[in-house]
Design a protein around this ligand. Structure first.
Ligand SMILES: Nc1ncnc2c1ncn2[C@@H]1O[C@H](COP(=O)(O)OP(=O)(O)OP(=O)(O)O)[C@@H](O)[C@H]1O
Length: 354
């Protein structure tokens, strides 16, 4: 591991261990207040944890575990560049000089620093903005310049805190594509609460909630086969935990029909079901492999569909279907889906939860 990090900070309920390998992009995914920014601030050296240690390639960034070998490297000596959520550009400097600021601070001469800055502006497809002052940049343009500025410091480790959150929906995809290219082969941690960012930018994902890591692994594997209810919620999937039976699985609220030939009976299993695969009906659905009686808890508009949250599962229906069913909280209805709509897998992830 290139970065080995472990820290706790009681005031923020934060207790996290994570690693990043050289050339790897790791996404930290989680809701507001999960501790994602706290992790970046501690790694960058802006915040001191109560205890813990972090090493980069064997060199201590900090070691606060007591004893005589304590260490605390100041932020500018860590080789870490943090693009914070509120990355402000210097208003009185052109985009080029904003990007040249890092190399200049490191002692590089003006011309050489500007040459470096031009390279990084080109890297983020913003060469044409070199002479423009920040006040005249759009949100997307300013973010390109801020990313170039973070890269121009030539960090070993790049930390990006919600790099796409402040951007218009129309601009985010082009910046996301640019970031994907820029991050290729770089060692980086990207904080996000968007599953799409994790899927497009990260090799591995660390899911956090309330200051702790709840799940980690290869991005696609974690998001398609969540083991933790919280990850399933982020991924927009129903997660059912239970035990493998002959025909599928036993959940605490009943039996689910699902194919999964390779999992032995009695094993702890998880099932993921897309809400859009579930049919909602006022009557039992004998034609479907599964017809689960549920109680509606609430209805929530989601894009062009309505999410029907029930006690055990959630289903997405069209607004027309929701109106036809005249659904309301407390209603008893049936959720129908077939075995082939259920993705069944072992619920343990022993090797990747590090
Ligand atoms: N400056 C601060 N002083 C004290 N507590 C803080 C401070 N900043 C954050 N916290 C608390 O620390 C916890 C973790 O917050 P943090 O900002 O790291 O979460 P986050 O996952 O980055 O959330 P967001 O997505 O909202 O940025 C929260 O309980 C938060 O209230």
């Amino acid at each position: 591991m290139t970065l080995a990090f472990s820290a706790s900070l009681a005031a923020r309920g934060f207790d996290v261990t994570l690693d990043v390998a050289r050339g790897e992009t790791v996404a930290i995914l989680g809701p507001n207040g999960a501790g994602k920014s706290t992790a970046l601030e501690i790694i960058a050296g802006l915040l001191r944890p109560d205890s813990g240690h972090a090493e980069w390639d064997g060199t201590a960034l900090f070691r606060l575990d007591g004893g005589p070998r304590g260490a605390w490297l100041p932020p500018h000596r860590r080789g870490v560049s943090l693009l914070a959520q509120d990355a402000l550009l210097f208003p009185h400097l052109s985009a080029l000089d904003n990007v040249a600021f890092g190399p200049r601070s490191a002692g590089v001469g003006t011309d050489a620093a500007r040459a470096t800055a031009r390279t990084w502006l080109a890297e983020v497809e913003a060469s044409d903005l070199a002479a423009v002052r920040p006040g005249r940049l759009s949100g997307g343009q300013a973010q390109r310049v801020a990313i170039a500025r973070a890269l121009a410091a030539d960090p070993n480790l790049l930390l990006l805190d919600e790099p796409l959150a402040a951007l218009d929906a129309a601009v985010a995809p082009t910046i996301r594509r640019m970031l994907r290219r820029v991050l290729e082969g770089r060692t980086a941690i990207v904080v996000t609460h968007e599953v799409l960012d994790a899927l497009t930018l990260a090799d591995r994902v660390v899911v956090m909630n309330r200051g702790v890591v709840v799940e980690t692994g290869q991005t696609r594997e974690v998001l398609e086969r969540p083991r933790h209810p919280f990850t399933a919620e982020l991924a927009g999937l129903n997660l059912v935990l239970g035990t493998r039976t002959a025909g599928g699985m036993a959940a605490d609220w009943g039996e689910l029909v699902a194919p999964a030939a390779s999992i032995v009976r009695g094993a702890a299993v998880a099932a993921a079901i897309r809400p859009s695969a579930i049919e909602v009906s006022l009557e039992p659905l004998p034609g479907r492999d599964n017809s689960v009686p549920v109680t509606v808890i609430d209805l929530e508009p989601r894009g062009d569909s309505i999410r029907v949250r029930a006690d055990s599962l959630s289903a997405d229906v069209s607004p027309g279907r929701a109106a036809a069913l005249d659904l309301a909280p407390g209603d008893r209805v049936f959720f129908g889906f077939d075995g082939e709509d259920v993705s069944l897998y072992g619920s343990e992830r022993p090797s990747t939860l590090r």
